[in-house]
Design a protein around this ligand. Structure first.
Ligand code: GLN
Length: 537
């Protein structure tokens, strides 16, 4: 087993996830079979109950795990599908140690952080790293070195390093190099301090990745090498990037791939990043531009809808278009200035969500898209609200609603899934993960997916109420995708509209560079057509 651990110092939000993904990406490009896992030292069992405002989106895996958004970065950069084993939290580790204690597995022993918690951490990391066919495991340690809650994890990794040897277990430390004063001198002291903090835990970094506004200058690089005791070519500059997909190229250009391969004694041919560069070229040099308006609840946070933004980027790259995301808080629909944004939009995307705040604003945005022929994609809650909007305004069921928002509505067109009726606990109890969907031949979805059976990821408690299917379809909103038993509505398409599609599932989670989510691709393609039409008009 070989492993690279990515830690972070100075402050959070330095892009450890992108760093881990990018290192994995450049090594994968040399033919290694790379996988990745995230350690989140918080006490929550998983990310399922976390607020997207604090932690960004909840990323859903095939097996239904509700994970940290960094798993999305790993899947996109490494083109892999991960499982619950790839997300470790303090809650999970302590949970399983306490369970073992209750079963009597440690009979007679005092159960302690060292060795019992650290052993549990080590065994769970090894289980992932030792999977047959795996050449390298990237482990990202969330939080900042020095946090109390990350200490047991760092200790476990210190032990793994000494057990496995420095050829097999490397530490990459990401830090911040701020530029200060009139001449914007690059300051290395925070990096020195954070390495000292790391050393206090018994860990010496092998590589330092320095986040900086502009590329690291020679004197800063030399200082970091000298004071932090790493070779000069292991001090890597990570300047702010226009696109996250540039980061692997930055790492490759500075020789990090060769350095790591040499250190870990991997003997692989130099295949370079030709494929990745091709994709990046499309991202960076688009021929057209298209504006997609996202209507949601946490719009000033990129992280809250990260997978949608990435899926739009992937789709744009394939269509030679830059997708410019416009954003509006659903509650602001109907307020001053909102009309401008709606008119500017070449397409409208309503992502998933929970809770009634902004629901009516989203319904209004959907109405605008439906009535004005503006391409529209509604995902999960966006799909459910498209059905609500249609029921209210096309079927004249004026108080139609989802029972999530109005339990007394006379037209509950969206209602709790039958299997959810007795659920009381919040964690991991939704309809989650990959489920098959049967897609109607000849439908828009069928053409976009090129298949009649597809598998996509889910995360919901409510569904289109089966009692309303016939009346809704008779008026032109067709359900072109259903669960294999035919009972759950999965895709809706509006007849006579250039592109009005909703999905109960989340296509954004499986979007990858060079393989955009089909429905996002469809939206961007339709939006391009729409914008051409606007110019002619
Ligand atoms: N709140 C809705 C439900 O639970 C939609 C969920 C979502 O958008 N992820 O069904």
């Amino acid at each position: 087993m070989k492993c690279i651990v990515v830690t972070g110092g100075v402050l959070s939000g330095l892009g450890k996830g992108i760093t881990s993904s990018s290192i994995g990406c450049v090594l994968k490009a040399r033919g290694l079979n790379v996988t990745a896992m995230k350690i989140d030292p918080y006490l929550n069992f998983d990310a399922g109950t976390l607020n997207p405002f604090e932690h960004g989106e909840v990323f859903v895996l095939d097996d239904g795990s509700e994970a940290d958004l960094d798993l999305g970065n790993y899947e996109r950069f490494l083109d892999v599908s991960l499982t619950s084993e790839h997300l470790m939290t303090t809650g999970k580790i302590y949970g399983s140690v306490i369970e073992k204690e209750r079963e009597g597995n440690f009979l007679g022993k005092t159960v302690q952080i060292i060795p019992h918690i650290t052993n549990e951490i080590k065994s769970k990391i090894s289980k992932v790293g030792m999977k047959p066919g795996t050449d390298l495991l990237m482990v990202e340690l969330g939080g900042t070195v020095g946090d109390i809650e990350s200490a047991p994890f760092l200790e476990a990794m210190r032990q793994m390093h000494s057990e496995m040897g420095h050829e097999n277990f490397l530490f990459v430390h990401t830090t911040l190099v701020p530029s200060l004063g009139a001449i914007k001198e690059q300051k290395t002291k925070p990096t020195q301090h954070s390495v000292r903090e790391l050393r206090a835990m018994g860990v010496q970094p092998d590589v330092i990745v320095a986040r900086c506004e502009r590329p690291l200058d020679d004197s800063a690089r030399k200082k970091i090498a000298l004071f932090c005791d790493v070779p000069l070519d292991a001090v890597i500059s990570a300047p702010d990037a226009k696109s996250i997909y540039q980061v692997p190229i930055f790492l490759e250009e500075q020789g990090l791939t060769d350095y790591l391969l040499e250190r870990m004694k991997f003997d692989v041919p130099d295949d370079g990043l030709a494929d990745w560069s091709k994709f990046l070229k499309k991202v960076m040099n688009p021929k057209n531009e298209v504006k997609i308006l996202l209507v949601g609840k946490y719009m000033d946070q990129y992280d809250s809808y990260m997978s949608h933004y990435e899926a739009l980027t992937h789709a744009g790259a394939e269509l030679n278009a830059r997708v410019v995301p416009l954003r509006i808080e659903a509650e602001d629909i109907g307020k001053e200035g909102c009309g401008d944004l709606l008119r500017q939009a070449d397409g409208i995307l309503i992502p998933g969500g929970f809770g009634s705040r902004g629901a009516n604003g989203k319904v209004e945005a959907i109405r605008y898209a439906r009535e004005n022929g503006v391409p529209f994609l509604g995902v999960c809650l966006g799909f459910q609200l498209a059905v609500v909007e249609f029921a209210r305004n096309a079927l004249a069921f004026h108080d139609a609603n989802s029972t999530e928002f109005d339990s007394h509505t006379s037209h509950p067109v969206v209602d709790l899934l039958p299997e959810q009726k007795d659920v009381t606990k919040m964690g991991a109890t939704m309809r989650l993960g990959a489920q098959d969907i049967i897609v109607e031949k000849g439908s828009i979805a069928n053409k976009l997916y090129g298949a009649t059976t597809i598998s996509e990821r889910h995360r919901h408690r409510y569904e289109v109420n089966p009692h309303y299917i016939d009346v809704i379809q008779d008026k032109g909103l067709k359900f072109t995708g259903r669960s294999p038993d035919g009972n759950k509505m999965e895709i809706a398409e509006l007849e006579g509209h250039p592109f009005f599609v909703g999905s109960q599932f989340h296509p954004e989670f499986k979007s990858r560079p060079k393989k955009p989510a089909p429905l996002h691709y469809g939206l961007v393609r339709a939006a391009l057509e729409h914008s051409k039409g606007k110019k002619v008009r």
